[in-house]
Design a protein around this ligand. Structure first.
Ligand SMILES: [Zn+2]
Length: 55
């Protein structure tokens, strides 16, 4: 189960949520667990996929 990091723009709280349903619903339900604000933005996790294929 993939998890995503988010940051509250109101209080600066960062938290992680697991994606367990459709993304649209996920965003709709997204609230800061600390202050309850819906102004939350997703932190794009740095993914360094090693796809160095020798061609
Ligand atoms: Zn907050």
């Amino acid at each position: 189960m993939p998890s995503y990091d988010y940051e509250c723009e109101t209080c600066g709280e960062s938290f992680t949520l697991k994606k367990t349903f459709e993304e649209h619903d996920h965003l709709k339900e997204l609230k800061c667990p600390k202050c309850g604000s819906a102004k939350v933005r997703q932190l794009i996790a740095p993914v360094f996929a090693k796809t160095s294929k020798k061609s």
